[in-house]
Design a protein around this ligand. Structure first.
Ligand SMILES: [Zn+2]
Length: 108
């Protein structure tokens, strides 16, 4: 005889071929629903993602100290407009409010 509770079926999402994870949903749908409905869970997931990507980057930099510079160069080639936008954004962040006002005067 099989142990555990009987196999439940997908009832709350449309992925009928996947195994049930919780509340009649597959794993992806359940986690996505929780992500968008539970702000605490969302922050946790975001923090985990940030930490994981930083870990990945540090690992790459350890292997090749030039890795981040190379990555930035390729990004700049692929998306020149986005790169300019990001550079402008970081430049404006560093400015004081007086300098910002001066800049706005210059533009208009
Ligand atoms: Zn699903």
């Amino acid at each position: 005889m099989p142990r555990g509770r009987p196999k439940s079926k997908i009832t709350a999402c449309l992925h009928f071929d996947r195994p049930v994870y919780a509340k009649g949903m597959c794993r992806n749908c359940y986690i996505m629903k929780k992500y968008w409905s539970d702000p605490e869970f969302r922050e946790k997931k975001k923090a985990y993602g940030r930490k994981a990507s930083l870990k990945w980057l540090n690992k790459k930099i350890k292997k090749d100290p030039e890795f981040n510079a190379k990555r930035q160069r390729t990004f700049r080639k692929k998306h020149p407009d986005s790169f300019n936008y990001m550079m402008a954004k970081s430049y404006i962040k560093k400015l004081t409010t007086e300098k910002k006002a001066e800049l706005i005067k210059e533009i208009s």
